[in-house]
Design a protein around this ligand. Structure first.
Ligand code: PLP
Length: 368
């Protein structure tokens, strides 16, 4: 049995008739950008995420840099971000000319709240809370520090649609919550998509202006903006998924619980959920000292895995100019060397999962 790390066709097949109906509706409408489908999705998504406003955008990276742009975070400013975050989180900061300041992650793979204060300088303007792998950051500690030190909080919810901390949905804590609807995300489009959510109508209006070439009134441009649209097709298809979002999330929880109950191997550390937080299990990430041997062992048995992520941003070529070296963030580096994401997708069968669990349990390390 071949089990890829992800299979997007399964999630399509679950609601095939509804997706096809939505797609045909858009095709036949004669209206393809900035229309009723976008309005409807923005309203429904804001409500589901517990925010007053949602602004649909072209992708998750745009959501990040537009968030920092509307908050006035740029040249000369520092933004705290976990050292094991995705590269897009860092690019969202640097596109505006701001400087990322890396903070080691904790045992839940999110920014370690105990290490935030030591990283604050007079230039620090914001904390980017990246809810990695679907699990909420320690938002109580983060919001407390931010309030006391006068920092803005931006949330990267690209992997955490619907995850909560203290019962509150991620994206509703910070000034702006940033989302991606890349096809493999928990709320995935059939192409690129993204959004920001906020309770501040003035911020939402600025984002609407920036996504539209910096214009509020057609052909009158106030700032140098972008072309970043969530088109009608993606908005209509996302609305179908959003309608079923509780089922989609519950299924991932079932899959994660089955892994957690079934995997028993002292060479493999399982993910844990932070007290007070929930995870929507964007990825099920295990850790092994002999990660590369485990990856090869699973591959030989037809099981696909991915590494999220093999190179921490401070060691990536793109950020060589920041001048970091191996050893600067040992926790983030260890996670990059040891983490492995097991297959996890909507429509994954119990039989497929059994095969993954059996294979992981059969791994004895060393030579393969
Ligand atoms: C996917 C992702 C992004 C970027 O989203 P795109 O839509 O691919 O631009 C940003 N941050 C995190 C944590 C992500 O997982």
């Amino acid at each position: 049995m071949m089990i890829p790390q992800n299979r997007l066709d399964r999630g399509f097949l679950q609601y095939q008739a509804e997706f096809e109906e939505a797609a045909l509706r858009v095709l036949r409408s004669g209206w393809y950008v900035n229309g009723a489908e976008l309005d409807a999705f923005e309203r429904a998504f804001a409500a589901r995420m517990g925010a007053k406003e949602c602004v649909g955008l072209g992708n998750g990276l745009d959501a990040l840099w537009i968030a920092f742009r509307i908050l006035g975070v740029g040249q000369g400013d520092e933004v705290l971000v976990a050292g094991n975050a995705y590269i897009a989180c860092v690019m969202g900061v640097t596109i505006n000319g701001a400087t990322p300041v890396f903070v080691e992650p904790d045992e839940y793979y999110n920014i370690d709240p105990a290490r935030i204060e030591a990283a604050i300088t007079p230039r620090t303007k914001a904390i980017l809370a990246v809810h990695l792998y679907g699990q909420a950051c320690a938002m109580d500690a983060i919001m407390e520090i931010a309030a006391r030190r006068g920092l803005t909080v931006v949330e990267d919810c690209a992997q955490s649609h619907g995850a909560t901390f203290g019962g509150r949905t991620t994206g509703a804590f910070g000034a702006v919550g940033c989302f991606s609807f890349y096809p493999s995300k928990n709320l995935g489009a059939f192409g690129d998509g993204g959004a920001i959510v906020t309770d501040d109508p003035a911020l939402a209006e600025k984002a609407r202006m920036i996504r539209n070439y910096g214009s509020r009134k057609r052909y009158y441009n106030e700032v140098v903006g972008a072309n970043s649209r969530l088109d009608e097709m993606q908005a209509a298809l996302l609305s179908v998924r959003l309608k079923h979002f509780d089922e989609i999330t519950a299924e991932r929880e079932t899959l994660a619980a089955r892994y957690t109950a079934g995997i028993r191997n002292e060479l493999v550390a399982l993910p844990r959920v932070r007290p007070g937080a929930t995870s929507v299990w964007h990825q099920y990430v295990v850790r092994a000292k002999e990660r590369d041997a485990l990856l090869t062992f699973l591959k030989e048995r037809g099981i696909g895995t991915l590494i999220h992520y093999p190179v921490p941003p401070h060691l990536s070529e793109a950020y060589a100019y920041l001048g970091f070296h191996r050893g600067d963030f040992p926790v983030a580096e260890r996670y990059a060397d040891e983490c492995l994401s097991l297959p996890m997708f909507s429509g994954m069968t119990e039989e497929e999962q059994r095969a993954v669990i059996d294979a992981v349990n059969a791994f004895t390390g060393g030579e393969v």
